[in-house]
Design a protein around this ligand. Structure first.
Ligand code: GDP
Ligand code: IMO
Ligand code: MG
Length: 424
């Protein structure tokens, strides 16, 4: 059985937690898109892990972890993560496989990310400043790209870095009046990255197909959320990869036909970090209540997340393009204590009602939400272990989401811990 888990909103839905739980029944967990812009939290008992590049399955010592072709690998971050897990007694030796075709994020990508955002001023995207956009741009541009395989041939890499750094220095100096970067210093860093990462680098497509052929069970771990998908999200307020499950086959080299189940993760409300339209946003006391109760501050950047009501129009859209079989709804516990809850069930655009999500950011910024209002519940949910023990209004809330999205909600989060999860 192979499954794929993706976020159906603007990221941070709780994918890390769901992957950690479902990894128990898997042999291999695969990251197939994005980079260290992701921040996936796993909480086991009193231990908290915040992972940016390593798949969330890595905290389970018996699971193989793959970082596939379309992930952009920041060597500094992944080395830090490998070392920090090792310090906590979790070794990745012999079970971490990084694609030789994955592209590498280097210092000049992070510098360019910051320069571009500063230049955009109030129109900035609100990126995580992890160099994601510039690295994917170099990948598509081809001429100035570095891949994991390049760490295997240092002589060639040295010459390549010289060419790239000469080009970037001219560009950054002309556009941003920036200080030049030293190609030699960058090469020294790359030598130490190579020492540590070459042992993990392989042809992951071959590995995955051989493993699937041998009957292994693979779990694909999406990063970001489908509304941040480069081609199907709210462009330009998106990330630079196909963050929806549509990116899974291209990103991993495993066709979607080999995946038995697509699981979409949502929060019981909506959050977004960074800029861009957000129709059901509650920039008011409700948003503040959710932010504080749900600890809605970024795992990667610490930024406060924008909070709002659950948007069934957006989730119906992402569940449709993502071929979603079932929804995992996290943070139901966070809504306790709100007297009346709202769910956006349609949009009004120029007086006309629609239930189909316009991914075009300009159109989306003009929509007005049509809400269904339902009664909330007072009781805290964090100790509940059975769906039938939830307050009636909480059960009804889940069932309304099912009705509006036409998808079953089969996993429900009532707290951040692995154990605080209900199954239906
Ligand atoms: P990801 O990027 O989708 O993996 O999500 P993040 O880890 O960035 O953000 C989700 C946050 O919600 C983390 O702090 C989790 O520990 C927390 N979380 C996950 N599920 C639940 C839940 O059901 N209830 C509560 N209260 N917190 C949760
Ligand atoms: P996980 O995997 C939430 C957002 C940024 C910004 C936009 C572009 O933890 O759900 P980028 O750095 O990718 O160029 O930023 O995308 N973003 C995320 N928001 N969760 C994430 O990942 C995100 N990764 C990127 O905030 O709006
Ligand atoms: Mg996150």
């Amino acid at each position: 059985m192979n499954s794929c888990i993706t976020g159906l909103q603007w990221g941070d839905e709780g994918k890390g937690k769901v992957v950690d739980i479902l990894a128990e029944q898997s042999d291999i967990v695969v990251r197939y898109s994005g980079g260290a812009n992701a921040g996936h939290t796993v909480i086991i008992g009193d231990e908290r892990f915040a992972l940016h590049l390593l798949p969330s399955g890595s905290v389970r010592p018996d699971i193989d972890c793959v970082i596939a072709n379309a992930v952009v690998v920041d060597p500094e971050t992944i080395i830090k993560e490998i070392e920090s897990l090792a310090e906590r007694g979790i070794s990745l030796d012999g079970r971490l496989f990084i694609s030789e075709n994955a592209h590498v994020v280097l210092d000049y990508h992070k510098a360019e990310d910051k320069f571009r955002e500063e230049a955009l001023g109030k129109n900035k995207i609100g990126t995580t400043a992890r160099g994601i956009g510039p690295c994917y741009a170099d990948k598509v541009g081809r001429s100035y790209a570095v891949r994991m395989a390049d760490f295997g041939n240092l002589e060639k890499l040295k010459a390549k870095l010289q060419t790239i750094v000469d080009y970037k220095n001219k560009l950054f100096s002309a556009l941003y009046n920036a200080e030049p970067i030293s190609a030699d210093a960058l090469f020294e860093k790359c030598k130490s990255y190579a020492d540590k990462l070459v042992p993990f680098t392989i042809d992951t497509t071959e590995f995955l197909h051989k493993s699937i052929g041998a009957g292994k069970s693979v779990l694909f771990e999406g990063a970001q959320g489908a509304l941040l998908d480069l081609d199907h999200g709210t462009f330009p307020f998106v990330t630079s990869s196909n963050a929806s499950s549509l990116g899974m086959p291209a990103g991993s080299g495993v066709p979607a036909r080999l995946v038995d189940k697509f699981i979409g993760v949502v929060k019981a409300y909506t959050t977004r970090v960074g800029g861009g339209p957000f129709p059901s946003e509650q920039d008011n006391d409700i948003g503040q209540y959710i932010r504080e109760k749900g600890h809605e501050y970024g795992t990667t950047t610490g930024r406060p997340r924008r909070c709002g009501w659950f948007d069934a129009v957006a989730v119906s859209y992402t569940a449709t393009i993502g071929s979603i079989d079932a929804i995992a709804m996290m943070h139901l516990d966070t809504l306790a204590g709100i007297e009346e809850l709202k769910i956006c069930k349609a949009y009004k655009i120029n007086g006309k009602e629609t239930t189909f999500f316009p991914a075009n950011a300009e159109k989306l910024s003009l929509v007005e939400c049509v809400y269904e209002t339902v009664p909330g519940w007072e009781q805290e949910l964090d100790q509940i272990s059975d769906f039938d023990d939830l307050p009636l209004n909480a059960r009804n809330y889940v069932m309304l989401v099912e009705e509006l999205t036409a998808k079953p909600v089969t996993i429900i989060g009532v707290g951040p811990k692995r154990s605080q999860t209900l199954f239906r």
